[in-house]
Design a protein around this ligand. Structure first.
Ligand code: PLP
Length: 439
């Protein structure tokens, strides 16, 4: 009998045996193409020799040293490399163990910065509906996925949610994409006015929305308007690139494509590519210096901050993505995969939208293409598609998100950047089989 506490307590998944490139194998020898990199994690596949060697070398030297006593070469070099790679003025890197920790750190850094800057009234967080920022209580409170929040709602801080930028569902007849983006961005200004600008701490958003809506990119001009509103009212812009960052959308940081820079940015998943658990929060010198010249102490921390082995793995990942050019495969391969998906499912009766950026692709399942009516959540279609695809040898990431407060369904694809042309038909055929079986 197993003593593991799985999330699905009545299901026993197969035991994984080993990985090879973009494939995972279970103990029976069955191969699975990792079409979602787990949950948009494994951007380099499962057997990258350079990353594995970097981990071995670091463990041979020292696996762990607490940041209360030491810094380390990999943490220093990784931070420098991330700052160099990040466009704009992000200047300091706070290394943590994953995405939720990065987001918790971002929220608490924002609050401490406001206090030390002499603006202690700033405490309200504004985020968007249909977003996900992590599962710890602060990050969960920030996210707008009502299904995830519901049981814990009485324990969550009071966050304010405005409309997401989700053109497929929100753009009105006769409205241009640009006008739609401006309209929903302006909801931020309305909310700030309602709360009193002097009380608002930060606006939080995923540049390309992942788990809750399925790779929804912003429309042009949306984030420029958001940046403008934040600047006007002294509100910090926190971007959550935990899922969409590290090359996933075709640029190392997704915000690059919006022509803006955040004040704080969180990355995780692709940062360690699954070889080690690691996340990072990047912030501007202005924020860091205010605390350095004030209390001199960030009143927040985790035991595994700056973990040397995790940092060594992430540094090797970053080198593979940038110096070795692996991330350059993302845009062209993503375009080919999206075209193949549109060719096969573009007219499918129950696929309403195929969208995304780079190798971050979403297919939205609908009961009716014309009316965009979501399926009844009780059907648990996302779970059925996930199981059928898994049987067919494809790992994909279908989720029941929320559409207007109800549960909708989408399939998220986030394959390793090392995938090749030959894998495209494998993904499309397995997905076709899974949809035929489930819908
Ligand atoms: N933020 C976003 C956008 C995510 O997609 C996730 C995880 O899916 C998180 C935060 C939380 O990251 P983690 O699961 O590593 O705690």
């Amino acid at each position: 009998m197993s003593h593991v506490f799985p999330r699905h307590s009545r299901k026993t998944p197969p035991k994984v045996s080993h990985g090879d490139g973009p494939f995972l194998f279970d103990q029976s020898g069955k191969a699975y193409f990792d079409g979602s990199g787990g949950a948009a994690v494994s951007c380099l596949g499962h057997s990258d020799p350079a990353v594995i060697q970097a981990i071995k070398d670091q463990i041979d030297a020292v696996a762990f040293a607490h940041t209360g006593f030491f810094t380390s070469e990999p943490a220093e070099t990784l931070s420098e490399a991330l700052v160099k790679a990040a466009p704009g003025n992000l200047d300091r890197v706070y290394l943590v163990s994953g995405g939720s920790e990065a987001m918790e750190s971002a929220l608490k850094l924002a609050r401490q910065y406001a206090i030390e800057k002499g603006e202690p009234a700033r405490r309200h967080i504004i985020a968007r509906r249909q977003s996900y920022h992590g599962n710890t209580l602060g990050a969960l409170a920030t996210g707008g996925n009502m299904w995830r929040r519901e049981p814990f709602a009485p324990m969550l801080m009071d966050t304010h949610h405005i409309a997401p930028c989700y053109a497929y569902r929100g753009q009105q007849d006769g409205e241009t994409e640009f006008d739609y983006g401006q309209r929903v961005a302006n909801e931020l200004e309305t909310k700030i006015a309602e709360l009193g600008a002097e009380n608002v701490l930060a606006f939080v958003a995923e540049p390309v929305v992942g788990a809750t809506s399925g790779a929804v990119p912003p429309v042009e001009g949306y984030f420029k308007r958001i940046r403008e509103i934040c600047d006007t009212h002294g509100v910090l812009l926190i971007l959550d690139e935990v899922m969409c960052g590290m090359g996933r959308t075709g640029s190392l940081f997704a915000y690059e494509q919006e022509g803006i820079t955040p004040d704080i940015c969180a990355v995780a998943k692709g940062l360690g590519a699954g070889y080690q658990p690691i996340g990072a929060m990047l912030c501007t010198a202005e924020i860091f210096d205010t605390i350095r010249d004030g209390s001199g102490f960030f009143q927040h921390g985790h035991t595994y901050n700056g973990h040397p082995t995790a940092a060594a793995a992430a540094l090797a990942v970053l080198n593979r993505l940038t110096t070795d050019g692996v991330a350059q495969n993302v845009a062209p391969m993503g375009a080919k995969l999206r075209t193949a998906l549109k060719d096969r499912f573009g007219q499918h009766a129950h696929i309403g939208d195929i969208r995304g950026r780079g190798l971050f692709i979403g297919l939205e399942m609908v009961a009716d293409r014309e009316t965009k009516t979501p399926f009844d959540p009780a059907l648990q279609l996302h779970a059925k598609v996930k199981a059928a695809a898994f049987d067919a040898g494809l790992i994909c990431y279908p989720m029941g998100g929320t559409v207007d407060g109800k549960q909708g369904n989408h399939i998220l694809l986030a394959p390793p950047f090392i995938m090749e042309d030959a894998h495209i038909s494998l993904i499309v055929d397995a997905l076709d089989a899974a949809l035929t079986e489930s819908l």
